[in-house]
Ligand binder design. Structure first.
Ligand code: SF4
Length: 393
């Protein structure tokens, strides 16, 4: 993958490296013993929180850098947040899960992949890139959930770094969230294992996977393996998580029509009801050498998804510029059921049971008509923020 590292002076890099070391010390304290691992002879451990299944020797870290072996015990991130924000649930993006409501979102630090175009690199690449120095903010799960309730969120979401690698903490937060009647979700790269999915299943309602393409060679450049992500998607559907898929189409990387069609065929083979979000790239992090994805490319991906049989294909990151591809339409009679632009829901016409009001077809998803209608009629906390302080898409 082409890279254009930020130009750093020697002094800047020295300061950034020193900050990273201080952050490393802090993260080493904000830990507890993990639950997703097995102890092996000679003080070795095997972690199975993500598809890497690291064999970690005593005194060493896993590939993610935030889970580490000390004396034959695996320590994992605990009791802190690396980023917090109350977002529209459409931003995750979930379009078939409580539309119009808010998701109180949190991230920790670290990732099992190292994508050069990561939009959350300041949290995800902590301890790997000296310029990635988001602070760890100590806070309990109870304090966070109180904040979510105060903000009027209906869902809490683990995002901004890879949730799988911090699953013990997510489960603690979600346990607390459930006591307050909140829904829960993961925004993930999908590099999972059967063990971690079984561990989180009782606590996670909605799961978004970022399927980054359909080429194993490209996946390996990012630090993953295509086959493992595909297996995770199959398992998520089989185990009954509400699942939505996103593909960020990057010019010259994964935006060929063949690749779009392979993705769509794969998803249809699991279920035509899986929503597929085809989103546009903007230059970020180390990938500054190419242009934004064109409107035409994103619309073409949606058309291909529909041709292959997917019932719900959406164009993302181009608000107001992709016609009906932001809306939910009935797959049987083509009635417009939910109108959107960007993260805004403008109208909602599903019946209380989540069906098309014209032909009665059931629309797959997790619906709460009362909550969505209230959100469409009023202004969410997010929409009341002055534009200058709104988060980027
Ligand atoms: S979470 Fe993944 S990358 Fe991190 S130690 Fe465990 S298996 Fe390795």
């Amino acid at each position: 993958m082409p890279k254009s590292d930020p130009v750093l002076t020697r002094e800047t890099r020295k300061r950034a490296t020193a900050t990273m070391e201080t952050l490393g010390d802090a993260l080493a304290r904000l830990t507890k013993e993990g639950e997703l691992y097995e102890k092996l002879p000679d003080n070795k451990v095997r972690c199975y929180a993500c598809g890497h299944r690291c064999l970690i020797l005593d005194g060493h870290d896993g590939i993610c850098r935030v889970r580490f072996n000390r004396g034959g015990t695996l320590f994992v991130p605990y009791n802190y947040f690396g980023a917090l924000q109350c977002d529209p649930i459409e931003k995750k993006p979930f379009f078939h899960a409580l539309p119009g409501t808010l998701a109180m979102s949190f991230g920790m630090l670290g990732c099992d992949l190292h994508c050069g175009y990561c939009q959350n690199w300041f949290t995800s690449q902590a301890l790997r890139d000296p310029m990635s120095t988001a602070p760890a903010m100590p806070m309990t799960a109870g304090q966070f959930v109180r904040l979510a309730v105060e903000k009027g969120a209906d869902t809490v979401t683990s995002t901004y770094n890879e949730p799988l690698i911090t699953s013990e903490w997510a489960v603690e937060v979600f346990r607390e969230a459930r006591k307050h009647g909140l829904h829960t979700s993961y925004v993930s790269n999908g590099n999972g294992t059967e063990e971690v999915l079984d561990y989180i299943k009782p606590w996670v309602d909605f799961y978004k996977v970022d399927l980054k393409g359909f080429d194993d060679k490209d996946y390996r450049q990012l630090g993953g393996q295509l086959d493992n992500v595909l297996k995770t998607i199959e398992m998520l559907h089989r185990k009954g998580f509400w699942l939505e898929i996103v593909t960020l189409f990057i010019p010259g990387f994964n935006d060929g029509e063949d690749e779009m069609r392979q993705i769509a065929k794969f998803l249809v083979g699991i279920s035509p009801d899986i929503p597929w979000h085809c989103t546009a790239f903007h230059p970020d992090y180390k990938m500054q050498d190419r242009d934004y994805t064109s409107r035409r490319t994103i619309i073409r991906a949606c058309e291909i998804g529909t041709e292959e049989g997917l019932r719900y294909c959406y164009a993302g990151n181009l608000p107001g510029g992709v016609g009906a591809w932001e809306n939910t339409r009935c797959p049987k009679c083509d009635e417009t059921l939910i109108e959107r632009s960007g993260f805004m829901v403008h109208s909602y016409r599903l019946t209380d049971s989540g069906a098309c009001p014209k032909c009665g077809t059931a629309i797959a998803g997790c619906w709460d008509a009362a909550k969505t209608r209230a959100a469409v009629g009023g202004l969410r906390a997010f929409d009341r923020l002055p534009r200058a302080v709104r988060p980027r898409s």
